[in-house]
Design a protein around this ligand. Structure first.
Ligand code: PLP
Length: 396
């Protein structure tokens, strides 16, 4: 018999995955080109050529015992040094290899830091809508997720509400900007307000409250939008980064965790996090792709395709009469449903072969997430279907 925890998880298995399966089923009936599957956040553009070049060069030029061997649980020192140097160039930080821990994607990074910090019953604040896995990650370490809604008009942080949610059990606040699912980027002004709130609360509690900045979409920011680097705003910040989206490498499972020296207990946390990486069964991040990441560390993300999709989708849906938040980053569009029940709306959308994810899955009913990491043609072909859907709800 499986554990009670896994039984619950198995029964509540991800809505997004279920949608994906539904897409496959509909495609078999109506043909792939007639199904508009906006359910998954899988990058739709291939990794840049520099990734393949780096793989070939590493395999050709380096000792296979080095490339495929075990290394320190934190990762290859030369890779961590290269990442630290790149961050220092970009954000004026002064990191070294000792601040960077290579992880199995941002998911691995979040799990490592949560395992490192949490005692059973400790609380972690997440801002809704949020990436559905946060609840599972926190529960992995018997922590308690406390949900604080974002401002419902701008989807920026409600810093006062976050402050009010802090208790003596609060260990951390997870932030995700650019945000999945809203596409919002948290402004420097808002982050500074939050920093002031958390500093005051930490002082009152006599214990630090850490920010865990989950940043797989950092490079996906449009119209020149700046994504503030939170360690420069709040000392007790750990950054969970990955190349899953920026270099289209989600299957390679490569990312890192930043533990700035300025954070409270930084050295102890770094040592514990290296052990957490090992004992959670990852041991270390994938070796070949650590070396690839170091070679591609300054590679620019090609935003043109996503930006084109973003504008096409936003303009098309607004024309249909839907109410949308213009995404500033990531590759998701957040749309208000014309009925209160977003699950009913998603079922109705399926009649027109449109697959979108209900806001309920992100702890924010009344909305849907539309992932536009699809082909431009899918968006163009889906518009008549969205028009019919809008018509059914009497929009326009
Ligand atoms: N955090 C957010 C907000 C995400 O959307 C995702 C993946 O979609 C992840 C973390 C996990 O990313 P990774 O593939 O780097 O583990």
């Amino acid at each position: 018999m499986i554990s009670e925890k896994m039984m619950k998880l198995t029964q509540n298995s991800s809505v997004i995955r279920a949608m994906f399966e539904e897409g496959i089923r509909l495609a078999a009936i109506y043909g792939r080109e007639n199904v508009y599957d906006f359910s998954l956040g899988n990058p739709s553009f291939p990794a840049p050529d520099s990734v393949k070049d780096a793989v070939m060069e590493i395999l050709d030029s380096r000792d296979p015992m080095f490339v495929h061997g075990y290394m320190s649980n934190a990762g290859y020192p030369e890779v961590r040094e290269a990442i630290a140097a790149s961050l220092n160039r970009r954000f004026g930080t002064s990191f070294g290899a000792g601040n960077i821990l290579m992880t199995v994607g941002a998911a691995g990074s979040l799990n490592v830091i949560l395992k490192t910090l949490l005692n059973p019953g400790d609380e972690v604040i997440a801002v809704s809508p949020f990436f559905v896995e946060y609840g599972n990650y926190v529960s992995n370490y018997d922590g308690v997720l406390k949900v604080v809604p974002a401002d419902r008009t701008t989807f920026q942080l409600d810093t006062e509400a976050i402050g009010e949610a802090v208790t003596k059990k609060t260990k951390a606040v997870i932030l995700n900007s650019p945000n999945n699912p809203t596409g919002v980027i948290y402004s420097e002004e808002t982050l500074r307000k939050l920093a002031a709130v958390l500093e005051k609360k930490s002082e009152e509690l006599g214990e630090p409250i850490y920010i865990l900045s989950d940043e797989p979409y950092r490079e996906l920011a449009y119209d020149g939008a700046v994504v503030p680097y939170i360690p420069n705003i709040y000392r007790n910040t750990f950054v969970c980064y990955s190349w899953s989206k920026s270099l289209s490498l989600p299957g390679e499972r490569i990312g890192y965790l930043v533990i700035p020296s300025e954070a409270d207990d930084a050295q102890l946390i770094f040592e514990a996090a290296s052990i957490a990486n090992r004992v959670n069964g990852c041991v270390n991040a994938p070796s070949l792709f650590q070396l690839v990441a170091a070679k591609c560390v300054d590679e620019k993300t090609d935003l043109f395709g996503y930006d084109t999709n973003r504008k096409l989708l936003y303009e098309g849906l607004e024309k249909c009469g839907f109410e949308c938040t213009m995404p500033q980053g990531a590759f998701y569009l957040w749309m208000k449903t014309p009925v209160d029940d977003d699950t009913v709306f998603c079922e109705t959308a399926k009649k027109y072969n449109i697959l979108v994810v209900p806001g309920k899955s992100f702890a924010c009913p009344g909305y849907v997430r539309i992932a536009y990491c699809v082909s431009k043609e899918t968006i163009e072909r889906s518009m008549p279907a969205f028009e019919k859907l809008a018509h059914e709800y009497g929009l326009k």
